[in-house]
Design a protein around this ligand. Structure first.
Ligand code: SF4
Ligand code: SF4
Length: 351
């Protein structure tokens, strides 16, 4: 750790820092929504922010890839007039946990691939990220230790760690450095404070333990021999095909394209809206064929997208261990239980 990459913000200056930021930029942060629910919303003062929260109902991907987003507008009343639309605004996200930063890193890879997604990349360029370290393990649904997303690993401009009387802040980008300089509440970190951060991370090892009896690098192999597992039959019986698990997932990015055209059929809008591979119609194609007709096939596909296919395509897992899919599922389908069942199947034991 280099001292000049770290700054200190005293707790008593936190609210003034947030107020100063909110005057300069639109600022969103986790707020309490009742019944153990949290959401990223626009805030104006530090008092509104929940510094200790479990993953928000929707991940911050909603700012990078809005639920519904207009892509183009057209009007052919006076010739062929088609305008590409990009709806974005400059903003700051405060308090993003490491699992959600990992989710944004996954989406960055997807949308930077050829053909690049112009709208996503414009959002990305205009959103600065201030991360916040989890000091405690959030709940029984998370699997961030298994996925190795419980510690900061880039993808942010600034990263805050709460060390009691003060925050120690990692400055990761020139934009982060500018924020620190313009705010004026920060001091350079001393080596004793860096030592405190190192010992905090050491203590974290006792709190964050591997959730399942498997090492991360063995998971692709587990999936290579689990395609015909009976575990998928069990999910077939239980899944309600509601699509909640994919909607709340920070790495799911499927969308549908829709047109709204005026009654005279000369002007309209094309927009995209989140879609879900868990819905019965998702894989239905012309001629009425459906290449993932059953819930079993769709659930299996969801898990393979997180733990196997993304390894071939992006060399990383697309599960960040946030636990949202398990937390939200009305049918009680829990990701860790599914993985545990796969690990425990005879098929796996024989291999
Ligand atoms: S949230 Fe649960 S019930 Fe709904 S589609 Fe996902 S796994 Fe099935
Ligand atoms: S699969 Fe579930 S635990 Fe993994 S990133 Fe998606 S919502 Fe989070």
């Amino acid at each position: 750790m280099e001292d000049n990459q770290y700054a200190i913000l005293r707790k008593e200056d936190f609210n003034s820092f947030i107020s100063a930021l909110s005057k300069l930029h639109k600022l969103a942060a986790p707020v309490f929504k009742g019944y153990n629910n949290y959401a990223f919303e626009e805030i104006r003062s530090g008092e509104e922010i929940e510094l200790k929260y479990i993953p928000t109902i929707l991940p911050p991907k909603k700012f990078f890839m809005p639920v519904r987003e207009t892509l183009l507008e057209y009007d052919i009343s006076k010739g062929l007039n088609v305008e590409a639309v990009t709806e974005y605004e400059e903003m700051l996200l405060f308090g993003v946990h490491t699992c959600d930063i990992a989710g944004i890193q996954c989406l960055n890879m997807v949308f930077s691939q050829h053909p690049q997604d112009h709208n996503y990349l414009i959002h990305k360029q205009n959103i600065k990220i201030i991360g916040l370290e989890c000091n405690e393990y959030c709940d029984e649904y998370a699997n961030c230790h298994l996925m190795n997303t419980h510690l900061p690993d880039g993808g942010y401009d600034l990263f805050f760690t709460d060390l009691g009387a003060y925050f120690i802040v990692h400055i990761n980008t020139p934009a982060g450095e500018e924020l620190i300089e313009s705010a004026g509440f920060f001091k350079s970190a001393q080596s004793s404070q860096l030592n405190e951060l190192a010992s905090f991370r050491e203590k974290k090892k006792a709190l964050f333990k591997n959730e399942l009896p498997i090492e991360l690098d063995l998971i692709p192999d587990l999936f290579d021999r689990s395609f015909e597992s009976k575990v998928w039959d069990d999910l077939d019986e239980r899944c309600l095909a509601c699509g909640n698990c994919t909607n709340v997932c920070p790495t799911c990015y499927c969308f549908d394209i829709k047109d709204v055209i005026n009654l005279r059929l000369i002007a309209g809008k094309r927009y995209r809206v989140w879609d879900s591979c868990q819905l019965g119609t998702f894989a239905k194609v012309a001629g009425g064929k459906n290449f993932r007709k059953t819930r079993k096939e769709r659930q299996r596909h969801r898990y393979y997208r997180k733990f196997r296919y993304s390894i071939d395509r992006f060399s990383r897992f697309f599960c960040t261990g946030c636990g949202r899919c398990s937390r939200t599922c009305m049918a009680g389908i829990r990701l860790k239980e599914t993985l545990k069942s796969l690990i425990g199947t005879k098929e796996d034991a024989k291999a």
